[in-house]
Design a protein. Structure first.
Lengths: 342, 327
């Protein structure tokens, strides 16, 4: 077995959305990989295709989306060729789980949190006894009890106060940060190989966000889960990610270990993003904004997508699509004129 | 010079009550959204207000605009006491203070074109003759860096950042003295919020405005504001020069908030040792006795649970409401 076996390998993935009779290119030739226990941050502005990329791993794209090229390999298996049945049985919610953006919608309001958690164990746990099987009621009760205990243990692991009581409460009785922690508990409970987190902390207050993130980070370490963490908040990534991939207009423009990326970004877009962030006590200088707009998905051409907004463009940029350069074993950038360690 | 001054402002939301409780009398239960808040905003400054959800930031803003009737206290705007104005004077006053609402798309009428939305305040106060309105609108849109073609669009045809700039243009129409910006960059991408911040700063310099800038993005507040107010459960816990508050936070709550901020430099400074603000904000209906922050405070003393601390100066123009600072 190779030493650096990858858990997830996405290669040259392209996704197209059909709108009317036009085709919009949403993800183009995206290549990312993720090792076991690694946290990869995927950052970019809204509409850059980061969520589409995430949902494509679970093959849960909307009906008008088509994957037109590339492969997604999870533990060596190409997910794009797996029959739907197997996706359901083995991948979705089992090997790959997801924390979605909107916690309010991800918990069912008419069932208690406990019911929803133990249902998860019923469907994904080891001892799955069909309802029709003739099993002694004592055994059933024992299994139910075990599930209950497991859920309560998980809740308390997520630092939810009075978990035995909370088990019987409904989602509306939980605050936003607590709901997010319940979601985390449900995700870690099935011990997935890959956890996709799609902006799990949007809409939370800074203090709650920091707390939830800290907890998340500890649990990821404890369970050695690989995480694909999607966000537009670069600051969060610097706290949580091992490596970061920056996406712009459907393409991964830069990939690097987190510290290197923030210290010495190579792609002009990455640098522009970092410079947009207001930092304290510098009211004297204007924030650097990025001129222009993200190209519409219908107007994307082969050349560099960032070209019209790029401050360091040269004639070659409009003629040849940007090459994928590797500047070191772990840092790659999609640009003709990468910046030199700024 | 103080442009607007609040003295012991109290805004309570009274709860609905059953018949029996009414007959029996007694105090009505109330959510004390803003409780005994006093501060002043100087002319030409950017005054930041921060705090968690539900601490009373938005209520405070709305009561400054007299959209919510305060229960007690005084608001002085120049030499006028706002709470004693009659309807006509209130209308006059509204011209001088404008608010940029939190949800820009929601605050624009979906059936009005952008030009109608921007012209509406002009029409309402008949500032200019109808013929001149068109020109005014063009000018306003230019100020916020939108091209004139936007005039004909409807709100659903513009992006979030553009809608935000439209609301800025509209609030600028009457040339107010004070603008209340309620989370002007929430829900926007970083590059777009940078744009908004730059536009707002340029406008301030050009028209000599005063901003009250509400946000829960502390980086933004640190960047833009001159002075900052930290609110917790309807009370001021700390107020002072932004640089002082961010460098030497005096209240444990402010310290916790600042500690919670993710930094771009990476988790170098021992992320494990971070102190998080534990627990939840208590209900504002019956806030804890004594210091309102004491159930979550790690440095509390016995006095904190009994007596409510008052704002006290820790250094020049930097006040903190915490017992620890006193003794």
């Amino acid at each position: 077995m190779k030493q650096d076996l990858k858990l997830l390998e996405i290669q040259d993935l392209s996704i197209v959305y059909r709108v009317g009779n036009r085709a919009g290119r949403v993800v183009e030739k995206a290549t990312i990989d993720l090792g076991p226990g690694e946290v990869l941050g995927l950052a970019g502005e809204s509409g850059c295709g980061k969520s589409t990329l995430a949902w494509s791993i679970l093959r849960l794209l909307p009906g008008n989306a088509r994957i037109v090229g590339g492969t997604i390999r999870l533990e060596g298996r190409n997910l794009l060729e797996l029959p739907e049945k197997e996706m359901n049985r083995e991948i979705r919610g089992k090997r790959v789980t997801m924390i979605i953006q909107n916690t309010k919608e991800s918990l069912n309001p008419v069932f208690t949190v406990g019911t929803q958690m133990s249902d998860l164990l019923r469907f994904h746990g080891k001892e799955d006894i069909p309802w029709t099987a003739s099993v002694s009621p004592f055994r059933r009760a024992r299994i139910n009890k075990e599930r209950h205990l497991e859920c309560v243990r998980m809740l308390s692991e997520m630092e939810i106060a009075a978990p035995d009581k909370r088990f019987y409460e409904y989602p509306h009785q939980f605050s936003g940060g607590m709901k997010q922690r319940v979601m985390m508990a449900m995700n870690f409970m099935v011990s997935p190989a890959l956890l996709i987190a799609d902006e799990p902390t949007t809409g939370l207050d800074v203090s709650v966000e920091a707390y939830v993130l800290g907890l998340f980070k500890n649990k990821v370490r404890q369970y050695r889960t690989s995480v694909l963490y999607i966000t537009h908040n670069l600051r969060i990534l610097s706290e949580i990610a091992d490596r970061v991939a920056i996406m712009y207009a459907g393409m991964i423009v830069e990939q690097a270990p987190v510290e290197e990326l923030f210290r010495a970004p190579l792609h002009p877009y990455t640098r522009a993003l970092i410079r947009c962030l207001p930092e304290g006590g510098s009211l004297g200088e204007r924030l650097q904004e990025i001129p222009g707009q993200v190209p519409s998905i219908f107007e994307r051409t082969e050349e560099c997508k960032f070209l019209p907004r790029c401050p360091s463009r040269t004639p070659i940029c409009s003629e040849v699509p940007p090459p994928d350069r590797k500047t070191s074993s772990s840092h790659s950038v999609l640009c003709h004129n990468p910046l030199e360690g700024s | 010079m103080a442009l607007i001054e609040l003295k012991n402002l109290k805004v309570y939301y009274e709860l609905r009550q059953g018949v029996l409780a009414k007959v029996l009398g007694g105090n009505r239960e109330a959510v004390k959204a803003v409780d005994d808040v006093s501060f002043e905003v100087h002319e030409g400054e950017i005054f930041g207000i921060v705090g968690e959800t539900g601490c009373g930031k938005t209520t405070l803003c709305k009561s400054l605009l007299l959209l919510i009737k305060p229960k007690g206290g005084q608001i002085l705007f120049g030499d006028r006491n706002l709470l004693a104005l009659n309807a006509k004077e209130v209308r006059e006053f509204r011209r001088e203070v404008q608010m940029i609402p939190q949800d820009p798309v929601g605050s624009l009428n979906p059936r009005m074109r952008i030009k109608a939305a921007v012209a509406e305040p002009l029409r309402a106060f008949s500032q200019v003759d109808p013929a001149g309105i068109e020109g005014q609108v063009d000018e306003l849109l230019k100020i916020v860096d939108l091209s004139p073609e936007f005039k004909e669009k409807y709100p659903f045809q513009v992006s979030g950042g553009e809608a935000r700039r439209v609301t800025v243009a509209r609030s600028l129409a009457l040339r107010p003295k004070l603008m209340i910006c309620d989370e002007p960059t929430s829900g926007l991408d970083v590059s777009i919020s940078a744009k908004i911040i730059n536009v707002m700063r340029a406008i301030r310099d050009e028209f000599n405005l005063t901003y009250i800038w509400v946000s829960h993005n502390l980086h933004e507040i640190n960047y833009i504001s001159n002075r900052v107010l930290v609110m917790y459960l309807g009370k001021i816990v700390e107020i002072g020069k932004t640089s002082a508050v961010f460098k030497r936070p005096g209240h444990p709550y402010t310290q916790g908030l600042l500690m919670a901020l993710p930094k771009l430099a990476g988790p170098s400074d021992s992320a494990e040792k971070k102190i998080y603000l534990k627990g939840e904000v208590p209900s504002p209906m019956n806030p804890p006795r004594g210091c309102r922050f004491h159930p979550r405070c790690e440095q509390k003393k016995s006095i904190c649970m009994e007596v409510e601390p008052e704002l006290a100066e820790v250094e020049a123009s930097h006040q903190v409401a915490c017992w620890r600072q006193r003794c």
